[in-house]
Design a protein around this ligand. Structure first.
Ligand SMILES: [Zn+2]
Length: 1003
């Protein structure tokens, strides 16, 4: 049998490049003038920068510098009857504007650090405007950034090219014909007739082409067209393709650059849609659309037209493509509330999918959150990045913590940057795990991560791949159409229960600690504010809806999957930490305003009282805690979601039965002993009669490990490398009211650490209030507590519930969970007793055997330089308890650590019912009232509750306000049914882990 030799095949492969080179012939250089600045300027201010004249080879900037280039020239006479184009490459990203300041087309440098195996990122070809075609005059403005798609300075920021050129359309067509068959050959069975024919056609075309005159090109194309017209007649699989440009809202570039990336990417999409009538594109993230609306209104209106025409798909119901490990449950819901509301208000469309192709693992709470937010479908590909186990499904039902199932699809090509060639399609077919039960899979084509999107080459290839024998047919269509088709064959899809744990990027639970701390604080202080503002609203206060919406949206922006996880450059954190602080101050001021309004009788329910102190409890259970007021210590017993007022005379000045010594802290419930080096060697629960620390072990070890990873990843075997610990320098014990305090100072390397270990009268909770001045590189600070408890699993706090994780390495799946994400607590319990570690801003844990090991700080240098250097303060607590975590009140204690009682000494309030009141109360063993807020629309009050223990629960919701009407809604506050209520009570039934949203009309 005849076969081409390897050398011949190599020549055939290489020959595509020879064809490509002949498509464009530069004719004359353009004139380049530029106005450079450090930060971007609006089109109206384009000439405010430093003016310079440039030519190719000249350096025009350093990374992230900006320039408005003014490009002029005359089309040569001999080009006027030919297809004339401009070839422009500034070794940076750029966007061409029209004379009215509207983006027309993006340009990307060919030297980009994008992975070329996924396609060619370069976009240098610019078609002439109609005006330029008529007059022969080139006069355009281009807004450029001296960074490539990945925030890198390329070729020292020198201008690569700016030419008027002629395009040979016939050679361009020939190139894509040839390239398509060449790629097809690489995926065909070498013994197939199809391969033999295709390779023969390719070879003969190569032989014909010498001068590339029109006749040669036509003959070569005729030969190739025979092979391109062969069809697949009854395919088992079809590929749905949609144009895509994964756009990180910040990552290796600051947020400000993303505004411009959007203009470049989206104007390119619109330009190509004009030239390719079948082109379908989609983009997620309402935040991105909002930026385009604000910055480039004309571009935005053109996008709206394409959405209306059905060629531009709105994707992903979340406000941004958020991380889902770290944000609170309420945050995840608000991502959908603001995301879906934006789409509905701006476009009149309901987006019913969750679009998270690049997020680092998916919380077990998500399926229920999605469904209650009107989202039916989930798209990702990230689990293909697992470092240990291959995720077994591509089309499957993902069943979350409560059993809610969501139809999910993982791109079988394992990338959201498909180059849309035969190899991509063949890979999709080869990999697709559900091809026996599903005839459809999804492909996202285009350049992404830093935007860019599809180029003409993607669309030229797809034109030839609609139905090509040897490959599944490809159809450009909306992902929503794809999902609806997928849903039709749903009976045979497999299921996956629980979280979608990503076996990678485990460092992101800890990296950039301050960002995580601010996110936690804002989530919780917004919660307090919304509740107190809702109550104050009943007293005539203006609920600050508009500001709350704006603050929430900014908090949600920073939950983007490269910001909150810690994987962005330093500038991103410098900027967002500054904003976080301002937002927090504003939230605190609004909270004080709301509290003040409660003591100002505007229209009746509450007014000032003759008391001295008011203490507010924002949690939905009764609390009894010691609080320090300016008058002294007070034991405050406060109603659920309510307040109690006190007089100065109630201040307690007694002494407490506490002991504090250098190696001992003790109250009536617990006795703590410390070793010479400061570690906790005993925590004896006197009440329950058991020791909490494992015999012979030390707790609170303050270990420092080698951590050569980057912001994403910690070394798998860091525990096997030599480690050191912070060394105790001094310790002193003291008593302060109902607190016994052991203050320890430690040092390690260039770093210092101070801990106040606090035991309170009447409490078993041991707080480790920690201040660290951290100046290490490639080190990780952790502390561990070996517990005297036996269990095969630990229980981790997650959004709206908790999740059991293995404390062993039986299977490769268990072993891969070497670091897990948990929110406010992790608990290990046996039947009769247990212990938990609570925290106020930490998320990364290693759970093995009887040990809870918490990741406190890292010190990576990529992508964010000097990450986590400097001062940190945080608290974690040890809570020994009797019974399991429910009986031990672990979740309540963790919430109490995070939401302290609010003391208001300036404006105590009075209500008709006296000095104490619960505004809202949920009578139930396990149902929790998580959120109280004003409805997004109207003056009703919205309450969000959930069942917190995985059981069925009957609950009675009580309101201090008269209920005129109550209804059950979804999380978007859309009514499902009316609820029966008496004037101040509603009976509710919960299934395990159920989230409920109800809307109350109060009198
Ligand atoms: Zn991303």
């Amino acid at each position: 049998m005849f076969r081409f030799s390897e050398k011949q095949i190599e020549m055939m492969i290489q020959f595509a490049d020879d064809i490509k080179e002949k498509i464009y012939t530069p004719k004359t250089p353009l004139n380049i003038e530029g106005y450079t600045t450090k930060e971007p300027l609006h089109f109206d201010r384009k000439t405010e920068g430093e003016k310079k004249t440039f030519k190719p080879g000249d350096k025009w900037g350093d990374v992230f510098d900006c320039c408005w280039f003014h490009i002029t020239g005359d089309v040569p006479e001999d080009c006027k009857d030919k297809h004339t184009v401009l070839l422009i490459d500034f070794n940076g990203e750029a966007c061409v504007f029209d004379n009215h300041g509207n983006p027309q087309r993006g340009l990307t440098n060919g030297s980009s650090s994008f992975c070329f195996s996924l396609g060619q990122p370069g976009k240098r070809v610019l078609q002439l405007s109609n005006d330029a075609k008529q007059t022969g005059k080139i006069d355009i403005w281009i807004d450029a950034g001296c960074n490539d798609l990945f925030g890198t300075l390329c070729k020292d920021g020198r201008i690569e090219q700016a030419d008027i050129a002629v395009c040979r359309d016939d050679i361009r067509d020939l190139y894509y014909d040839y390239w398509t068959i060449r790629e097809l050959m690489q995926v065909l069975d070498k013994d197939s007739a199809r391969y033999a024919r295709a390779s023969r056609a390719l070879y003969e075309a190569m032989v014909i082409l010498h001068n590339f005159d029109e006749d040669e090109v036509k003959r070569a194309r005729d030969l190739l067209s025979k092979e391109l017209s062969r069809k697949s007649l009854d395919p088992c699989l079809k590929v749905s393709a949609v144009g895509h440009a994964h756009m990180d809202l910040a990552w290796l570039w600051p947020i400000r650059e993303t505004f411009r990336k959007a203009a470049r990417t989206f104007s390119t999409v619109l330009d190509l849609m004009g030239r390719y009538p079948e082109y379908i594109f989609g983009a997620s993230q309402p935040q991105l659309y909002q930026w385009v609306k604000d910055e480039y209104p004309n571009l935005y209106s053109k996008i709206k037209e394409k959405v209306a025409e059905g060629r531009w798909e709105l994707q992903g119901g979340m406000w941004v493509e958020s991380d889902t490990n770290l944000p609170s449950g309420e945050s995840l819901i608000r991502q959908f509330v603001y995301g879906k509301t934006f789409y509905r208000e701006e476009f009149g469309l309901d987006v019913r999918n969750l679009w998270l192709p690049d997020v680092f693992g998916y919380s077990a709470s998500l399926p229920q959150i999605m469904k209650t937010c009107g989202v039916d479908y989930f798209m990702t590909q990230k689990l293909s990045w697992n470092d240990t186990n291959k995720f077994p499904h591509h089309t499957f039902y993902w069943k979350g913590l409560d059993g809610t199932a969501v139809l999910s699809h993982m791109l079988p090509e394992e990338t959201y940057n498909s180059n849309a060639g035969p190899q991509s399609i063949a890979k999709s077919e080869k990999n697709y795990a559900q091809k026996a039960v599903s005839d459809r899979c999804l492909m996202l084509f285009g350049i992404g991560d830093g935007g860019g999107g599809p180029g003409a080459e993607h669309l030229e290839k797809l034109k030839r791949l609609k139905n090509l024998s040897g490959l599944p047919p490809v159809k450009q269509e909306f992902s929503s159409d794809f999902f609806e088709h997928l849903n039709q064959d749903s009976a045979n899809y497999p299921q996956w229960h629980g979280e979608l744990y990503l076996e990678k990027h485990r460092g992101t639970y800890t990296s950039q600690a301050e960002t995580k701390k601010y996110n936690r604080m804002l989530e919780l202080r917004l919660r307090d504010l919304e509740f107190l503002a809702t109550v104050a609203m009943q007293n005539g206060w203006d609920y600050p809806q508009e500001r709350l919406d704006e603050i929430w949206k900014e908090v949600l922006l920073y939950q983007f999957h490269d910001i909150l996880p810690g994987s962005s450059i330093k500038r991103v954190y410098d900027e967002c930490l500054e904003r976080y602080e301002l937002l927090l101050q504003e939230v605190q001021q609004l909270t004080r305003d709301a509290l003040k309004s409660l003591s100002e009788n505007k229209n009746g329910r509450f007014d000032a009282s003759s008391n001295d102190i008011a203490v507010f409890n924002t949690l939905s259970w009764k609390r009894s805690e010691w609080v320090q007021t300016k008058y002294g210590w007070l034991k405050a017993e406060v109603e659920p979601m309510g307040f109690r007022c006190f007089k100065k005379s109630e201040i307690i000045e007694e002494s407490f039965p506490l002991k504090a010594e250098r190696k001992l802290l003790e109250n009536e419930l617990i006795r703590l002993e410390f070793s010479e080096d400061g570690r906790l060697i005993s925590a004896y629960d006197k009440q329950a009669g058991f020791e909490t620390i494992h015999e012979g072990s030390k707790g609170n070890t303050l270990d420092v490990y080698t951590d050569n990873g980057d912001a994403w990843d910690i070394l798998e075997d860091y525990q096997k490398l030599p480690s050191e610990s912070f060394k105790l320098e001094s310790s002193s014990a003291s008593l302060s009211g109902p607190k016994a305090i052991l203050e320890q100072t430690y040092s390690y390397g260039n770093s210092n650490l101070t801990q106040k270990i606090v035991l309170t009268h009447d409490s078993k909770r041991i707080d480790f209030n920690t201040e660290v001045d951290w100046h290490e590189n490639s080190k990780m600070l952790r502390t561990k507590f070996p517990l005297n408890v036996f269990s095969h699993f630990a229980t981790c706090d997650i959004q709206f519930g908790n999740l059991r994780r293995p404390t062993h390495t039986n299977t490769s799946w268990d072993k891969a969970m070497l670091e897990v994400c948990a929110h406010k607590f992790v608990d290990i319990s046996q039947k009769d007793r247990g212990a938990a570690i609570l925290n106020d801003c930490k998320y990364g844990y290693n759970l093995f055997g009887n040990v809870i090991d918490i990741n406190l700080l890292r010190s990576t240098s990529f992508p964010g330089k000097e990450a986590d250097q400097g001062k940190h303060s945080f608290t974690y607590s040890l809570l020994p308890h009797k019974g399991d975590l429910m009986q031990g009140g672990v979740a309540e204690a963790a919430s109490e650590l995070n939401s302290p009682l609010i003391i208001n000494e300036d404006c105590p309030i009075h209500s008709e019912s006296g000095n104490s009141l619960s505004f809202f109360d949920i009578e139930s063993e396990t149902a929790v009232l998580e959120t109280v807020k004003k409805a997004q629309e109207g003056s009703e009050v919205v309450l969000r509750l959930y069942e917190s223990a995985g059981g069925s629960s009957e609950a009675k919701l009580k309101s201090a306000f008269e209920i005129e009407n109550a209804c059950l809604t979804n999380a978007l506050e859309e009514e499902i049914c009316e609820l029966k209520s008496s004037s101040q009570e509603i009976n509710l039934s919960f299934r395990p882990w159920e989230i409920k949203t109800i809307k109350l009309k109060l009198e």
